[in-house]
Design a protein around this ligand. Structure first.
Ligand SMILES: Nc1nc2c(ncn2[C@@H]2O[C@H](COP(=O)(O)OP(=O)(O)OP(=O)(O)O)[C@@H](O)[C@H]2O)c(=O)[nH]1
Ligand SMILES: [Mg+2]
Length: 413
């Protein structure tokens, strides 16, 4: 039996990056690319970095480097290369012609992972749309590189034979997907409207991929969302409710993680998902404090939030995975209104986190002291539901109440 067992050969690829400045983050970016390639199901067996002022417009790296890559391909028995930046059609085609191996870029690998992860219909539509838009942009060239791809990583998709699709078909399909997405988006907006009407504050959990967002949601709400030591474990947003220490209810939404050089086609396609943060009352920024790249990752998160126009919200930053590091680590985040050190795994610091969320939300409310007649007890129900009832005393002249209420509710109570 074992004799006939067929083991699928893992693709072996060489990572290629261009460093345009002294001490830039090319090495770290390639470390990350290595993880991405692994997540996509291939193996990175070598890396080449070229120092040059600009990426070569025709071939990404210069002539000498290409020769070096050619030798390395042979030496390491590799089947392809993955460049760390999105390649232009010309670069893609030229490299394919010269090297005669499969040429991929960071975008293709990320799209590939997303394609493997999408489970809801919304996720699938969004991934296919991003892939087709990417392919469409590549097809403006001769498209030789695309036909060279064959199968394996970089080619995964919800449908089959996507590669053979011609430009016209791609265009039609994109139009159709856009229509479907608009429908989904309308539905999402309705749900969002409903939530706003209910006045339950929404907290969006954002952060770099693998920071521990889903683990935090699970620990706080028992949501049972997939949490894994993998990049982009989560694609579809999950929302769960939870009570704060004061009894105030909030909705927590876990969503897709950010990464440096997140493909713009993906951002466009996933806009409605990523935009969860835009419509939240508060942003809960989860940071993997055990990652040496913590500062760069935080920078990327804020940059992405800016692109999504979601930076006008209060931010609470949770430095996560504190169980992995000593207390001695100093953490700071000048963009945050509050910072808390937590471990989503052990539960350490979560009380303080909820406290911080409560304080920030309270700042968005107003304090009232009122006396209601006994006929008005319905208003007290409203306060209890949407605000924070601090005291209620039943006296002869009525019910004496002190509370924090959302600004919009003030007129009604
Ligand atoms: N030691 C430790 N590990 C943690 C902690 N929180 C999360 N992890 C681990 O970190 C990995 C990533 O956690 P996830 O919750 O999937 O991260 P995420 O931010 O949702 O990641 P994506 O959905 O992939 O963007 C998992 O292996 C978790 O077990 C923590 O507080 N301490
Ligand atoms: Mg997750």
């Amino acid at each position: 039996m074992a004799l006939y067992e067929i083991k699928e050969e893992k693709e072996r690829v060489i990572l290629v990056g261009v460093s345009t400045r002294e001490n830039d983050d090319t090495e770290d970016s390639l470390d990350e690319l290595k993880d991405l390639v692994k997540t996509a199901g291939a193996e990175a067996v070598g890396r080449v970095i070229q120092k040059r002022e600009l990426v070569h417009p025709g071939t990404y790296v210069g002539k000498g480097k290409i020769e070096e890559i050619r030798e390395l391909l042979w030496e390491l028995d590799a089947t392809g290369i993955v460049c760390d930046d999105e390649l232009s059609p010309a670069q893609m085609n030229n490299l394919t012609d010269i090297l005669d191996v499969k040429v991929m870029d960071r975008t293709m690998v990320i799209l590939d992972i997303f394609a493997g992860r999408a489970s809801t219909s919304e996720g699938k539509i969004q991934v296919e749309l991003a892939q087709l838009k990417y392919r469409q942009s590549q097809l403006t060239g001769a498209g030789r590189a695309m036909s060279r791809l064959g199968g394996g990583i970089g080619t995964r998709g919800p449908g089959e034979k996507k590669l053979e699709m011609d430009r016209r078909l791609i265009k039609n399909r994109i139009a159709q997907l856009n229509r479907e997405l608009r429908e989904v988006k309308r539905h999402r907006e309705l749900t969002r409207e409903q939530r706003t009407k209910n006045r339950i504050p929404v907290v969006a959990i954002v952060g770099y991929t693998n920071a521990g967002k889903s683990t935090l949601l699970n620990t706080l709400t028992g949501a049972g969302v997939l949490q894994e030591d993998q990049l982009f474990a989560t694609l579809d947003p999950t929302t769960r409710s939870r009570k704060l220490p004061s009894g105030q209810e909030i909705l927590l939404t876990d969503t897709v993680g950010f990464i440096r050089k997140l493909p713009h086609h993906l951002i466009d396609a996933f806009k409605s998902t990523l935009e969860e943060a835009k419509y939240a009352d508060l942003i809960l920024h989860v940071v993997d404090a055990s990652n040496p790249q913590m500062d760069e990752q935080m920078y990327v998160v804020y940059e992405t939030l800016q692109r999504l126009e979601a930076m006008d919200k209060p931010v609470v930053t949770a430095f996560n995975k504190m169980d992995r590091i000593g207390e001695s680590l100093t953490v700071r985040d000048f963009k945050a209104d509050r910072i808390v050190q937590v471990s989503a795994k052990t539960g350490e610091g979560l009380e303080a986190l909820l406290q911080a969320i409560e304080e920030i939300l309270r700042e968005q409310k107003i304090y009232i002291e009122r006396v209601y007649s006994y006929q008005e007890s319905g208003k007290i129900q409203l306060i209890r539901k949407y605000g924070e009832l601090l005291e209620e005393e039943y006296k002869e002249d009525g019910i004496h109440v002190s509370a924090y209420v959302p600004k919009e509710l003030d007129g009604r109570v």
